[in-house]
Design a protein around this ligand. Structure first.
Ligand SMILES: Cc1cc2nc3c(=O)[nH]c(=O)nc-3n(C[C@H](O)[C@H](O)[C@H](O)COP(=O)(O)OP(=O)(O)OC[C@H]3O[C@@H](n4cnc5c(N)ncnc54)[C@H](O)[C@@H]3O)c2cc1C
Length: 469
C-alpha cells in the first residue's frame, strides 16, 4: 500500500473547476493549510489530445479533453453565466443571494488573472425585444442571464495561470490517480483511496475531503457513495442531441445574446426541453467516456472560427418507481448509438429525419452546411433514440423555428447522443457537507451543478465551511 503518510487539511478529489476554485479559496484564506489535489488525468500543461495532430480521435485510455487538472472547463468554451438560474440549482439549498454573490466573487478572480470582459446580454435592443416576444408567443421561457465568454483558448490561458499560482503557493497536485474509495471512521472522513497508473492502491489522509469528479466521474462517485454509506438519491438524466446550423440562421441570437437559453415544455408529453451550451462559429466535439460511450458536445474558440453555430437540445427526464438506474439507462442508449457507428457520433440532417430516411455522406454533401467534425457517421438517429425523446426534440425544433426562422431546415444537423450524466444527487446541506462529517460534494458530480459557475461556487462554499470550523 503506497500513498502519503502526512495528514492534509483538505484533499480535493478531482481537480476540476470545483477543486481548483476550492483550492484557490482555501490557500487565499489561510496560506498555511496543507492542500492536496488528486486527479485521474494529467496536469493542465500535459493535457494534449493526439487528435490535434492526427485529426481523428485515437481513443486514449484516459481522454485528455475530459480528464485532468482544471477539468472539463479547461477545454470548454467557458461561457461563464452570471446568474444562479443557469449552471445548476444549488440555490435550492443555499438561497439565491449567496450563489449570485459567490458567482460575482469568481468573476472577480477571473479578473485578477487577466480576464476582464463585460458580460453580454445586459441591455436589450429592439432585436432582442422582438426575439423575447416571439419566445412569449410560443410558450418558450427565455432565461436571459448575463454571460462572459472566455473561449476554449482563453479558458486554457486563464486556468494555466490559476494552477501555476496554486503551485507557487504550495498546493500539491498528484495526478494520474483514479478515485477508488473513501476512508471513513465513526461517520467521519479520514482520507481517500486511489489507484495509480500501475493499478496500485494508495491512501491519502485528510480531515476534510471535497469531492468534485465532474460528469466524467459521476458514476464512480455513485459507486463510492453506495460502498461507504454516503446518502444520495437518483436524479434526472439530460438526454438529447447537439445540433449544428449555419451562423446565418442564428445571427440575431449570436450577435445580441451570444447564447439564448430557452426552456420549453412539450405539448405532447409535457417534458422539459432546453437549449444548452450554444457555440456561435463553433465546432462539434466528440466526448469519449469509453470505447462504446462517445457523446456529442461542442465548443468555440476565441480566435479560430467556423461558419456554424452548435447547441444542445436536451430533454430532462426524471424517473419514478421502481426504476432507479437513470445512469445505466442513458449509457445503454449511448452504447446502442455507438454500436451503429462503430464508436463515433451518429449524425443525421433534420431533412432526412423528418422523412424517415437515413443520412449518408452523399445526402449531407448536398446541403449548404459543412460539418465541423469528422468524428461522425451519417445515419438514422431514430434507430437509437427513444421515441419519446425524439418526439420532444422534433417538437422543440419546430417551436425554435418560429423564434429563429430557418432553424427547422434540412441544413440543421443533429448529432446524437448528447447526455449530461447528473443522475445521482448526493444529499448535502447548505455547506455542501454530506452525511459523513468532513466529506463535501461539489460541482457536476454532486448532482447540483451543470456549469462552470456553480461548480466554482460549490467548491468555494465547501471550503468556507471547512475554514469556519
Ligand atoms: C465540451 C464542454 C463544453 C462546456 N462548456 C461549458 C460552458 O461554456 N459553460 C459552462 O458553464 N460549462 C460548460 N461545460 C460544463 C463545465 O465544464 C462543467 O460544468 C464544469 O467543468 C464542472 O466542474 P466540476 O469541477 O464539477 O467537474 P470537472 O471540471 O469535470 O472536473 C472533474 C475532475 O475530476 C477528475 N476525475 C473524474 N473522474 C475521476 C476519477 N475517477 N478519479 C479521479 N479524478 C477523476 C477529472 O479528471 C476532472 O479533473 C462544458 C463541458 C464540456 C465537456
Amino acid at each position: 500500500m503506497n500513498g502519503g503518510k502526512q495528514m492534509y487539511d483538505i484533499i480535493f478529489l478531482g481537480g476540476g473547476q470545483a477543486g481548483v476554485f476550492g483550492a484557490y479559496e482555501a490557500i487565499k484564506k489561510n496560506k498555511d493549510l496543507k492542500i492536496l489535489v488528486l486527479d485521474k488525468g494529467r496536469m493542465l500543461t500535459q493535457r494534449v489530445c493526439p487528435k490535434e495532430k492526427l485529426g481523428t480521435c485515437v481513443k486514449c485510455p484516459t481522454c485528455a479533453i475530459i480528464y485532468g487538472v482544471s477539468g472539463a472547463g479547461a477545454f470548454s468554451d467557458s461561457k461563464f453565466n452570471m446568474d444562479y438560474r443557469v449552471g445548476g440549482d444549488v440555490h435550492v439549498l443555499t438561497g439565491k443571494v449567496i450563489v449570485n454573490e459567490t458567482i460575482q466573487y469568481v468573476a472577480d478572480i477571473y479578473k485578477d488573472f487577466g480576464f476582464d470582459e463585460k458580460p453580454s446580454g445586459l441591455e436589450y435592443n429592439q432585436v432582442m425585444l422582438d426575439l423575447k416576444k416571439r419566445c412569449i408567443e410560443n410558450n418558450v421561457q427565455l432565461v436571459d442571464t448575463p454571460t462572459m465568454h472566455l473561449g476554449t483558448d482563453g479558458s486554457r490561458e486563464l486556468y494555466t495561470k490559476l494552477v501555476n499560482s496554486l503551485l507557487e503557493k504550495g498546493v500539491e497536485f498528484i495526478t494520474e490517480r483514479s478515485a477508488e474509495g473513501l476512508i471513513i471512521e465513526n461517520g467521519e472522513i479520514k482520507g481517500v483511496t486511489v489507484k495509480n497508473k500501475k493499478d496500485e492502491v494508495e491512501n491519502y489522509f485528510a480531515k476534510n475531503v471535497v469531492i468534485g469528479l465532474g460528469r466524467s466521474g459521476a458514476k464512480k462517485l455513485m459507486e463510492m457513495c453506495e460502498e461507504s454509506g454516503v446518502s444520495y438519491e437518483t436524479g434526472a438524466v439530460d438526454l438529447g442531441v447537439r445540433v449544428e446550423i449555419p451562423d446565418l440562421v442564428m445571427k440575431d441570437i449570436n450577435e445580441n445574446f451570444y447564447e439564448a437559453k430557452m426552456i420549453y415544455h412539450t405539448t405532447k408529453y409535457r417534458d422539459k426541453m432546453r437549449t444548452f451550451c450554444s457555440n456561435p462559429s463553433g465546432f462539434i466535439a466528440a466526448e469519449k467516456h469509453s470505447d462504446d460511450v462517445v457523446l456529442a458536445n461542442g465548443h468555440a474558440y476565441k480566435d479560430k472560427k467556423s461558419q456554424n453555430t452548435n447547441l444542445a437540445l436536451l430533454c430532462t427526464k426524471t424517473f419514478t418507481q421502481p426504476f432507479k438506474q437513470p445512469f445505466e439507462y442513458a449509457t445503454a442508449i449511448a452504447k446502442m448509438s455507438s454500436m451503429l457507428t462503430g464508436g463515433k457520433i451518429l449524425m443525421q440532417s433534420y431533412g432526412d429525419l423528418k422523412v424517415g430516411r437515413r443520412s449518408t455522406d452523399e445526402s449531407i454533401a448536398r446541403l449548404n452546411i459543412i460539418p465541423t467534425t469528422e468524428d461522425y457517421v451519417a445515419g438514422d438517429i431514430a434507430l437509437a433514440c427513444p421515441k419519446r425523446i425524439l418526439d420532444n426534440i422534433i417538437e422543440f425544433i419546430e417551436v425554435h423555428d418560429k423564434i429563429t426562422p430557418g432553424f427547422a431546415s434540412s441544413d440543421l444537423l443533429l448529432y446524437f447522443p448528447e447526455i449530461k450524466f447528473r443522475s445521482t444527487r448526493i444529499k448535502i446541506d447548505a455547506n455542501m457537507e454530506t452525511n459523513i462529517k468532513g466529506l463535501y460534494a461539489a460541482g457536476d458530480s454532486s448532482g447540483y451543478g451543470s456549469g462552470l459557475n456553480i461548480a466554482a461556487v460549490m467548491g468555494i462554499l465547501a471550503v468556507r465551511h471547512i475554514i469556519s470550523k
